[in-house]
Design a protein around this ligand. Structure first.
Ligand SMILES: Nc1ncnc2c1ncn2[C@@H]1O[C@H](COP(=O)(O)OP(=O)(O)OP(=O)(O)O)[C@@H](O)[C@H]1O
Ligand SMILES: [Mg+2]
Length: 327
C-alpha cells in the first residue's frame, strides 16, 4: 500500500515493447517534499519510467500510485507538472498564448491564468519575451518555456525529463535555483538527468538505472557518505608523525617534499577533520591547507553502470585512484 507521505510509490513497474523490455520491475518511493534524481546512460529506461509515471504509456507489469492515486488518474494529474524530454511547441503562438492554452486545458479560471502566467515567465527568466512568437525562441528559451508550462498549475509534484539539456551554464544555475525554490515550498521534484554534478547539488535521493534495471538507489548522503577523504598541505610532517597517526585514518597518498608535504587521508567522516587538525598541531606540524573530499556521484555512477568503464580502465573511487597513484 502507498504511504500517505509518498509523492510516488511504485512496485514492479515494467514496460516491454514487443520482446524488448525497456524497464524491468521498477520499485521506488519518493517521499513528499524531496528532490529525487533518476540517472542512467542513454537508453537505460528513464523516459520510459517517466511515461509510465505520468500515464502517457501503460505498464506491462506492476503499478503504483502518484500523489496517492493510481498511475494515470486524472485528478492526480491536475497536481502534476511535467516537462517532457522532447518538447515541441506551437511556433506561431506567443509565450503567453501557449501558457494560456495550457492553463485552459488545466481548467484554470481566466483570472488565475492572468495572474500566474507572468509569474512563471518571470521565474524562468522570460519576462522580456512574453509577447514574442515561440518560433523566434532559441532552444534554451523554449526549454525555459517548457519549465514555465510545468509549473503553471502550482503542482505538488514536478517531473522533469532532462530539464537542462538545452541550457547554458546560467540557465542550469537558474533551474537549480528553481528546483531549490520548489523544494522550500514543499513541492516534490522527480528529475531525469545525465548531469551528475547537477544532480549532486540538488537531489536528496537518487536511483541509478541501467539496461532497464535499478542498480543502486538511496539517499545521496548515504551513497556518497562512504569514502570521505581529507587532502592536506603541510610543513614539518615527517616519518615519526606518520608512524604515530591513528590507524583509523588511512594514508592514501603521502608526498614528503622538503618545503612542504602533501597527505591524503581516508577518514570515516568529513568531520574527522577537527581531530586530524588537533593531532597534527599537537605534533607541531604546520597546516597550510585542508580540503575535505568525498566520492563524487560520477565515481558512483561509473562504478555501477555496466559497460560504462572497462574493469581495467580508470578506477572508480578516489581511494582506488590514490592506491594506483601510490603503487
Ligand atoms: N516506443 C518505443 N518502442 C520501442 N522501443 C522503445 C520505445 N521507447 C523506448 N524504447 C526503447 O526502450 C529503451 C529505453 O528508452 P528510454 O527512452 O526510456 O531511455 P532513456 O533512459 O530515457 O535514454 P536517454 O538518456 O537517451 O533519453 C531503449 O532501448 C529504447 O530503444
Ligand atoms: Mg530519455
Amino acid at each position: 500500500m502507498s504511504q500517505p507521505d509518498s509523492a510516488l510509490d511504485v512496485h514492479g513497474l515494467g514496460k516491454a515493447y514487443g520482446r524488448h523490455v525497456a524497464l524491468h520491475e521498477l520499485t521506488l518511493r519518493v517521499p513528499r517534499g524531496e528532490v529525487f534524481g533518476f540517472l542512467g546512460p542513454n537508453g537505460a529506461g528513464k523516459t520510459t519510467a517517466v511515461k509510465l509515471l505520468t500515464g502517457l504509456a501503460r505498464p506491462t507489469a506492476g503499478g503504483g500510485q502518484l500523489l496517492g492515486r493510481p498511475l494515470g488518474d486524472r485528478e492526480a494529474r491536475r497536481k502534476l507538472g511535467f516537462l517532457p524530454e522532447l518538447f515541441r511547441f506551437h511556433d506561431w503562438l506567443s509565450a503567453t498564448e501557449l501558457l494560456d492554452l495550457h492553463g485552459g486545458l488545466l481548467d484554470m479560471p481566466l483570472a488565475a491564468r492572468r495572474q500566474r502566467i507572468p509569474e512563471v515567465l518571470a521565474l524562468v527568466g522570460l519576462a522580456d519575451r512574453v509577447g514574442d512568437r515561440i518560433g523566434t525562441f532559441s532552444k534554451g528559451m523554449q526549454q525555459r518555456l517548457g519549465l514555465a508550462q510545468a509549473l503553471l498549475n502550482e503542482p505538488d509534484l514536478v517531473i522533469l525529463d532532462e530539464p537542462t539539456s538545452a541550457l547554458d551554464p546560467i540557465g542550469r544555475r537558474d533551474v537549480r535555483a528553481i528546483i531549490q525554490h520548489l523544494k522550500q515550498r514543499g513541492v516534490t521534484v522527480f528529475l531525469n538527468s545525465h548531469l551528475l554534478s547537477e544532480i549532486e547539488l540538488v537531489c536528496d535521493r537518487v536511483a541509478i538505472v541501467d539496461h532497464g534495471r535499478v542498480v543502486q538507489q538511496g539517499r545521496l548522503d548515504d551513497l556518497l557518505g562512504r569514502g570521505h577523504e581529507l587532502e592536506l598541505r603541510l610543513t614539518g610532517l615527517n616519518h615519526d608523525v606518520l608512524a604515530a597517526l591513528p590507524p583509523a585514518w588511512n594514508v592514501q597518498t603521502c608526498e614528503l617534499g622538503e618545503q612542504e608535504q602533501r597527505l591524503v587521508l581516508a577518514v570515516g567522516h568529513a568531520s574527522d577533520a577537527v581531530e586530524v587538525t588537533r593531532f597534527l598541531v599537537a605534533q607541531s606540524v604546520g597546516l597550510l591547507e585542508l580540503r575535505p573530499r568525498r566520492t563524487s556521484l560520477e565515481d558512483l555512477f561509473l562504478q555501477w553502470v555496466d559497460g560504462a568503464r572497462p574493469e581495467e580502465a580508470a578506477p572508480a573511487t578516489s581511494a582506488e585512484r590514490a592506491e594506483l597513484a601510490a603503487s
